[in-house]
Design a protein. Structure first.
Length: 263
């Protein structure tokens, strides 16, 4: 990787879908362009076991890519009965379980199945001593209920691409979770998400792209979204929070490094 100069804030994209067809054939160049903007580490998110295995291979190939393994709520209906064993085979090669959780917007999997698979993956994360990356869409109440019923340490819970407002942010933060914000927080129609980003403490916030989705302002029309664009998320949120880019970058990088146990 070609690293940026010393004056460029160092950033981590904590959620990128490298396994997606729009990205997976171009990963080396995506990492190079990201590094030019100070984005030197990327967490590769998984939606199913095939993507989980892909991520682990990627992490072995690229020293600045780190793998997540898990079943997205959309894919819950296809979850294997021996899910914990399947995840266990990947645990040594990944830095977290994710993305997991609930999605009641599309209901691609029955809600009862989503809740069951979410709970099973939280249990697996506890067994493997790994943090979890949580997807919650139009299901915040049930998401929080399942988290509270589990034995997961709240400090090991990250809500990715936080999509709720200030009230839900307070609930998640009071519980002990961390919040990650994507380009969604830069959208004109997402003032509630930006409000949540503004009140999230500096030691509990992370940044992401959710690439290839959610390209941020000012590259809203650039598709697909790519890891380099987490720089724009950082610039936008720093201004919204009345912080310097350097301060926000340093804080989010430090918290992501600690949360995922990066080296």
């Amino acid at each position: 990787m070609t690293h940026s100069d010393n004056n460029t804030p160092q950033l981590i994209d904590t959620h990128c879908h490298f396994a997606h067809k729009q990205l997976h054939g171009n990963i080396a160049s995506l990492l190079e362009s990201a590094a030019e903007l100070g984005v030197n580490r990327v967490i590769a998110a998984a939606g199913n076991l095939e993507e989980s295995r892909f991520n682990c291979e990627l992490a072995r190939k690229f020293s600045h890519v780190y793998a997540l393994a898990g079943i997205h709520p959309h894919e819950s209906k296809d979850s294997p009965t021996d899910l914990k064993a399947e995840l266990g085979e990947l645990a040594d090669g990944c830095v977290g379980i994710g993305e997991i959780g609930l999605d009641y917007h599309y209901d691609f999997s029955q809600r009862e199945i989503q809740r069951e698979v979410f709970a099973r993956q939280l249990e697996a994360a506890c067994d493997f001593s790994l943090p979890v990356v949580v997807h919650s869409r139009e299901a915040f109440g049930d998401t929080m209920a399942i988290l509270r019923e589990s034995t997961i340490d709240p400090s090991c819970v990250l809500f990715h691409s936080f999509a709720q407002g200030q009230q839900e942010a307070v609930t998640a933060l009071d519980y002990g979770a961390k919040l990650s914000f994507s380009g969604m927080a830069t959208f004109k129609n997402a003032a509630d998400v930006l409000a949540a980003a503004r009140i999230t403490p500096l030691d509990r916030i992370m940044l992401e792209t959710d690439a290839p989705y959610l390209s941020p302002v000012p590259v809203r029309n650039v598709k697909p979204n790519v890891p380099a664009h987490v720089y724009h998320v950082a610039v936008y949120l720093a201004a919204a929070r009345a912080e310097t880019l350097a301060r926000l970058a340093a804080a989010t990088t430090a918290i992501a490094t600690a949360f995922f146990g990066l080296v």
